[in-house]
Design a protein around this ligand. Sequence first.
Ligand SMILES: Cc1cc2nc3c(=O)[nH]c(=O)nc-3n(C[C@H](O)[C@H](O)[C@H](O)COP(=O)(O)OP(=O)(O)OC[C@H]3O[C@@H](n4cnc5c(N)ncnc54)[C@H](O)[C@@H]3O)c2cc1C
Length: 592
Amino acid sequence: MPSYTAPTKDMQFILHDVLKATEQNIPGYDELDPDFTSAILEEAGKISSEVLQPLNTVGDTEGCVLENGVVRTPTGFKAAFEQMKEGGWTALDCDPEYGGQGMPYLMGTAVGEMFVSANMAFNMYQGLTHGAYSAIHAHGSDEQKQKYLPKMVTCEWTGTMNLTEPHAGTDLGMMRTKAEPQDDGTFKITGQKIFISAGDHDMAENIIHLVLAKIPGGPEGIKGVSLFIVPKFLVNDDGSLGARNGVSVGKIEEKMGIHGNSTCVMNYDEATGYLIGTEHKGMRAMFTMMNEARLGVGLQGYAQAVVAYENALAYANDRLQGRDVTGVKNPDGPADPLIVHPDIRRNLMDQKSFVEGARAFTFWGAHLIDRHVRSHDDDAEGLISLLTPVIKGFLTDKGFENAINAQQVYGGHGYIEEWGMSQFARDARIAMIYEGANGVQALDLVGRKLAQDGGKHVMAFFDMVKSFIKENAGNEDYDKAFLDPLKAASKDLQAAGMYFMQNGMKNPNNALAGSYDFMHMFGHVCLGLMWARMGKAAMDALEAGASDTEFYEAKIATGRYYMARQLPATAMHLSRIETGADTVMALDAANF
Ligand SMILES: Cc1cc2nc3c(=O)[nH]c(=O)nc-3n(C[C@H](O)[C@H](O)[C@H](O)COP(=O)(O)OP(=O)(O)OC[C@H]3O[C@@H](n4cnc5c(N)ncnc54)[C@H](O)[C@@H]3O)c2cc1C
């Protein structure tokens, strides 16, 4: 059976050596000293490995069951959810005005990685609630906030996000769910939503569904969509629960992974709904929380790779097969452990350099969100808006790829359910699809984000990379191992952007056919930047006389690997992009 040990030391390294949290002038960051963050991470790590991880296989094998219209979660989920609530883990980065602990989003993200690595399906009940909380917090009226948020912060009531319909997935403008205005100011919501995560379950007394629907007579398409609160049980003015609302579960979907999370068809039959914000501005409300939600899904992708890597590493040290060609390493045993073989090493280094780089990238993204939300920093908002599709698309693609790499270390045993490696790959797979499929993330990046505000944010990104290189150059070894590859990769990325500018105008397909490569290129440059920062931080720590030399030397060695063996992928992506749309579009649909 797989196990999970929280990577608290690696997280502390990013929080303090790389991001230098306490030196940032952001409200709330002054409290993040190493002792404080260590205490939180140790506690979160404990509950992750002792409570959540053991339920991961249970959730996978039992799944959720629909009984008499109510969803039953797997054995042990309910008790674990109570433990999470009692420990205050659901309220970590929520607003103190509604009972939250008010910690920076950065801390919520670090703790979130642990929970997701330990049990992704379980953590989604809380994750979706946080998404719904954020939407009401940002766009709800004071009355709505007072009524719903305190109970959502504690997860006594959970939340859902209802966008998808059978014929309207990516193209939400085609949705049919309608919201009829009533004399008392409420709306009657009627329609069907599918694939709704945590749509129903037995772990909370109420479920607050956020539902996108169209008010008849409004603008056509996506511009006519509004957002509504539709509680499972209506809430009386004194906060007590009232009548059951007109919302029910049609069925639970059978799916490839995240079996412990109930993915429901939700039927709305003249259910009472309350408008959030302004009529027809539902998508705007959704978009304000998109950066956070997509960062959360990017995190899911790499967090599965984290736990898969941990187990693959243990297996590679344990399993005896073959001999080291340069000399026997385990003379007393019948064979050497797998880890002696260069190809196993390559595989493990791919995983290690990805997960550590992805963690730094995601924590940096969370830090940008804090800079925007807590310090009202517009530049940080522009940058995170640009990077969000990269975090979501690149980290989930690579997270899945590396979960598969980890499975490969186990040989045939990785394919056998008993070892638990297939679950990591199956669970990671969904992160590439929901919250905007990755192809659509690439379109968002190239079609919208590059040109946003006249290209100001992408130019700021390139300037930032350039300044980093300039400010940190001077050590020949570091320059050669870290800065030169970063410079080359960043040049490839700029060349691709230039290609889109010159060729996308005359034929938009030239840009769209290269968008996926561009997203991956951008991801590599970001991880290259992260490794350059981590390499520098590790060198500085060693120079300052840090006692744990092995830890910092391992960081430098892992960074060197990424720069040498992964970052050159940008050249391949660039050459693909520069072939334009011709070969992609050459066939008529009938000839495929
Ligand atoms: C397990 C699970 C949980 C989910 N949870 C939720 C939830 O809680 N709430 C919710 O509302 N939804 C949820 N979803 C729905 C999910 O967000 C959608 O499946 C996703 O947005 C894609 O929509 P679709 O499946 O209709 O695919 P489609 O929109 O039909 O897309 C199919 C493919 O075409 C591509 N594509 C589409 N349009 C374009 C275009 N213009 N250009 C290029 N490529 C394009 C996409 O990238 C994709 O690869 C969930 C889905 C699953 C499977």
